[in-house]
Structure formats: C-alpha cells, structure tokens
Design a protein around this ligand. Structure first.
Ligand SMILES: NC(=O)c1ccc[n+]([C@@H]2O[C@H](COP(=O)([O-])OP(=O)(O)OC[C@H]3O[C@@H](n4cnc5c(N)ncnc54)[C@H](OP(=O)(O)O)[C@@H]3O)[C@@H](O)[C@H]2O)c1
Length: 281
C-alpha cells in the first residue's frame, strides 16, 4: 500500500500526510515543484511532480501508488477527466476526495462535477464534504488580522460550521487506511458548533489577549479594499463566493459524521486558536 497525497503544500494535504506518517503508512507527496518542496520540507518526505493542468506529469505520479488523497486546487485548465482515466488504468484502489458541505445543492460548482467524475471512473471513493475551514483564519485572513486587528470577510451576521483541517485529515486518512469500511461513502465533516465572525473575533480577543474586531464589510466595501491592496480579481471573487452562503444564513448546519467515524468530538475552535496563536501575534 502507498498513498499519493495531492495538495501536500496546502492546508489539508499537509495534515493528511502527517496523519498517514503517524501510522507509518508509505506515501508520496505530489507537488508542482519538487525541488522547492525538498528545500522547504526536507528529506522526511518523498516528492513527485504533479500538475493537474499538465497531463505529462500524471503517469509518473500514479506509477508507484494504489490510493490517492485527492483535492481540487485553484487554477484553470485542470485536466481531472484525464487524471482519473489514468488513475483507473494504473489500478488505483481508492480515492479519498476533499469535497464541500452541501455540494449536492450546487450543481454549478467544480466539486459537484468532480464527485460525478469520480463515480464515473468506477474507482472506489470516500467523499469528505467539508465545512468552513478554521485554518482560513491563519491563511487568507491572516494579514488583516495581524496588521489591522480585524476579520475582514463579507459574511454578514451569518453563522458557519467551522471545522479544523486536522479533523478533516483524520477522516480522509482513515478512509485511505480502511477503504473497505468507507467504500463509496460520503461524510459531512463540520466542527461542533456554528459561529458567526463576531463570535470568532470575541474568542480570538480572549485567547490572544489582543482586541480583534469583525469588520463585517459589504461586498462592495470588501471588493474596493482588496482591489486597493492589489489582490487578484479572481481571488476576490472566490472569497466573496465562499462567504455568500454564510451571509444568506445557509452555512450553519452541523453534522456528526466526524464523531461517527472517529468516536471523538471535533476540535473546538478555541483549541485551534490557541494552537495557531503565533500566526497572528
Ligand atoms: N477553505 C475552505 O473553507 C474550504 C471548505 C471546504 C472545501 N474546501 C476545498 O478545499 C480545497 C483546497 O484545499 P486546501 O485549502 O488544503 O488547499 P490550499 O491550502 O489552498 O493549497 C492549494 C494546494 O493546491 C496545489 N496546487 C495548486 N495548483 C495546482 C495544480 N495545477 N496541480 C496540482 N496541485 C496544485 C498547491 O500546491 P503547490 O502550489 O505547492 O504546487 C497547494 O498544495 C478546494 O478544493 C476547496 O474548494 C475549502
């Protein structure tokens, strides 16, 4: 058994690799630039080049593995139909796919199409339909929190089902280690409570001992400020899109699949903020 971990340098892939390594499962980390990854992460990992927009990289990445943690990255011209066809020909036995909560109601988004493509490939799968990542706070929101002490996303007063990417990784890795048990199953993985960003700002203020506020910008204010900061238009639209269901009050659903799969409680956002404290100070 050997697992190909895609998106290794990202928020979820890295954690999937840690969970597999903790259990001594052989893995190879897929990255677009293996030299850069080696310099950054050292010799503890094996790397292979994989670029979903370049089918010439697919055979080598799929050559020595029989299971895949699969994520859908940002970017254009991604060749997933071809990747999955090659995966089938290479005899891949299981795919753990990082999908999105409520995907079944959103036929226009790529995760909906990806789930269909994976099913069509006839490769056994587990879909992990994820809630809103806690780690967004130390990723694309980090700069504003650190520099201007504010959470700056256009999410209104809506609540969302924050989940720790380490919990997602646990379920994704569990499915790769015990594929028969999780074969052709979808799990909805959220945290234990839905929160709005005013509540998150209050918890951060408490734990970090620094005043953090939620700015609650309108979409227009968000767009104007981000443009002034020279943020790429595509990225601005992605961030607006991610927070739109929250603003409409549609993102607050909590599910208990994490408890079912792991027999544990999901990570509390207070634990996450404490663990990642140094990101914002
Ligand atoms: N953020 C959320 O709240 C949320 C919630 C539910 C689901 N999701 C889903 O989670 C996924 C993102 O996962 P993440 O946050 O862990 O990723 P991430 O932190 O945004 O990192 C993106 C990863 O994709 C890799 N990548 C970029 N372009 C690539 C390409 N052409 N070929 C191969 N790899 C490429 C990057 O690797 P290099 O640049 O190093 O090559 C990097 O490892 C998305 O599909 C998103 O819809 C997100």
């Amino acid at each position: 058994m050997k697992v190909l971990v895609t998106g290794f340098t990202g928020k979820v892939g890295y954690e999937v690799a840690q969970k597999l390594m903790d259990k001594n499962i052989p893995l190879v980390c897929a990255v677009r630039n293996p030299e850069k990854a080696k310099a950054e992460f050292g010799n503890a990992y094996e790397f292979v080049k994989l670029d979903f927009s370049n089918p010439d990289t697919f055979d080598e990445a799929l050559g020595q593995v029989d299971r895949i943690f699969l994520m859908y990255p940002p970017g254009d011209n991604l060749q997933f139909a071809s990747f999955l066809e090659k995966a089938r020909r290479h005899g891949i036995q299981h795919i753990s796919y990082l999908s999105l909560k409520d995907v079944q109601f959103m036929p226009f988004i790529h995760h909906y199409k990806m789930e269909k493509l994976i099913k069509k490939s006839a490769i056994p799968y587990t879909f992990v339909r994820a809630g809103y990542f806690m780690q967004n706070l130390n990723d694309f929101m980090c700069k504003e929190i650190k520099e201007r002490r504010r959470i700056f996303v256009p999410a209104g007063k809506g609540k969302t089902s924050f989940v720790d990417t380490r919990d997602l990784a646990e379920v994704l890795a569990e499915a790769l280690m015990h594929p028969a048990k999780h074969r052709n199953t979808s799990y909805i993985i959220t945290g234990r409570e839905a929160l709005n960003f005013y509540e998150v700002a209050e918890i951060m203020t408490d734990i970090l001992n620094i005043d953090i506020e939620y700015a609650n910008p309108s979409v227009k204010e968000f767009k104007e400020f981000m443009k002034k900061m020279n943020v790429d238009d595509n990225f601005i639209n992605v961030v607006i899109g991610i927070h739109f269901p929250t603003k409409l009050g549609l993102a607050k659903g909590i599910k208990h699949d994490y408890q079912k799969v792991t027999s544990k409680e999901p990570t509390d956002i207070r634990v996450y903020i404490d663990d990642f404290k140094s990101s914002w100070i």
